[in-house]
Design a protein around this ligand. Structure first.
Ligand code: TXA
Ligand code: MG
Length: 405
């Protein structure tokens, strides 16, 4: 018998979307907005198709958000959510973020008797819709255990990306969505990143292309409910900075009434928690491209640990470097003989939001150019630079202390 001809490989459908086709009539987080998606537009067609995948086929869809692309499924359907885990190769004990499009959708997910605390009301008013995720008590009657990995809390956020919000609104269901990458890899900030990872091989059937993500690093994950002393804990730094959170929570309060805002690993350690998957990015490998990443940090003037850059990079002939626009490392790397250098500009070092927006694209672009190693120049760990360095430190195999003069 003749072998049957090989089936053509299945690949994802990529549908373009335009944010200008979505109009919100009210942007006040305390009231539900009215959404209008332009009838007859490619965006409306894409949203209808995505909604069909989600609601009828019960399949995950890759969607743009303002932070990174997400791999979304109906958060209230356990078997749809299961496919997120299998598509990503994500460990089952790592819980997901649930995305909502309105205050009433948030309310519908919480235990009926639960009152949202004042701290959260302030944060929601200031930062939703936007790159901030809050932990709430989980109601197992509403949210399947697979979403929370059986935790007593559920992570919820209202994204600001018009396509993400319009899709949630149109589908009339909250969407569980981790970043749309295979587990352990850098997060995707462009539709083509999703395509290269889980689209070209048909692991995901549909990608909505909403252009590059504005923030570029994931949302800030905040636990303002479990600390007995009332501290607000930043489990994962992200698009909303600790400085912004403090400004909102401390305004108009006497110093002794201000809730402390504590950043995990910067302001507190918790060894037990660090073995727990619910401390974002602690237990599992994160953000790593296929080639080793080396973090370059400035050696202090009196430092005895100044590394020789050419020694640290010796043995590699194709080097990738993610450098800030004015980096003195550029000259040093260019003067190294016998190496082929691929550079990617991270933007001005005084503008960490630009660096954040470019970081994952930089890692994925250089990996795609076939480099053997990627050197990443560190930036100041303040503002959104804290989130940038959190990702780079997790991606990096080694730290190299270099002279920057
Ligand atoms: O910006 C974002 O947050 C993106 C977009 C798609 O919204 N999503 C994202 O999801 O980054 P993911 O799954 O890659 O990261 C979510 C993090 C995980 O590290 C997880 O451990 C943590 O949030 N998380 C989820 N539920 C939690 C919970 N109940 N308690 C503590 N951490 C939780
Ligand atoms: Mg992720």
């Amino acid at each position: 018998m003749q072998p049957s001809p090989a089936k053509p490989p299945l690949t994802a459908e990529v549908l373009p979307c335009s944010t200008s086709d979505v109009v919100f009539q009210r942007l006040d987080a305390s009231a539900d907005p009215v959404y209008t998606i332009a009838e007859g537009s490619t965006t409306m067609a894409a949203i209808k198709s995505a909604s069909y995948h989600l609601a009828t086929m019960k399949r995950p869809v890759a969607i743009p958000t303002e932070t990174v692309y997400g791999l979304a499924a109906d958060a209230l359907d356990a078997s749809a959510v299961q496919q997120i885990f299998s598509t990503k190769g994500r460990p089952a004990d790592n819980p997901l973020i649930v995305h909502v499009s309105s205050r009433s959708m948030l309310r519908s997910l919480l235990p009926p008797s639960y009152t949202i605390p004042t701290t959260y009301e302030r944060l929601i008013t200031a930062f939703w819709p936007g790159p901030m995720t809050l932990l709430f008590p989980a109601d197992p009657a509403k949210i399947p255990a697979i979403v929370t990995a059986g935790q007593p809390t559920v992570a919820i956020r209202m994204p600001s990306h018009p396509i993400a919000r319009a899709l949630i609104h149109y589908s009339q269901t909250p969407l569980a969505a981790p970043s749309a990458n295979s587990s352990g890899r850098p997060s995707p900030t462009k539709a083509e990143h999703v395509w290269n990872d889980i689209g070209c091989n048909g692991k995901v059937g549909l990608i909505l292309d909403g252009g590059p993500c504005e923030v570029g690093v994931e949302s800030t994950v905040i636990d303002g409910i479990t600390d007995p002393s009332g501290a607000v804990k930043v489990l994962r730094p992200g698009g909303v900075t600790p400085e912004q959170i403090e400004a909102i929570l401390h305004v108009g309060l006497e110093p002794h009434l201000r809730p402390p805002v504590l950043v995990h690993r910067r302001d507190y350690e918790d060894k037990v928690l660090e073995q727990n998957p619910t401390t974002p990015g602690m237990k599992y490998l994160h953000y790593t491209p296929a080639v080793p990443v080396i973090l370059a940090l400035p050696a202090t003037a009196d430092s005895s640990i100044t590394d020789d850059l050419s020694k640290a990079l010796g043995g590699y002939s194709r080097l990738g470097a993610l450098l800030t626009s004015e980096s003195p490392l550029k000259r040093q790397l260019e003067s190294m003989e016998g190496t082929n250098l691929e550079m990617y500009d991270l933007g001005p070092r005084e503008q960490p939001s630009v660096v954040a927006q470019r970081l994952f694209d930089g890692l994925l672009t250089l990996e795609g150019r076939g480099v053997e190693v990627i050197l990443v120049e560190g930036i100041q760990e303040s503002d959104v630079g804290l989130a940038v360095m959190n990702r780079v430190r997790k991606a990096a195999k080694h730290i190299c202390y270099v002279r920057l003069d």
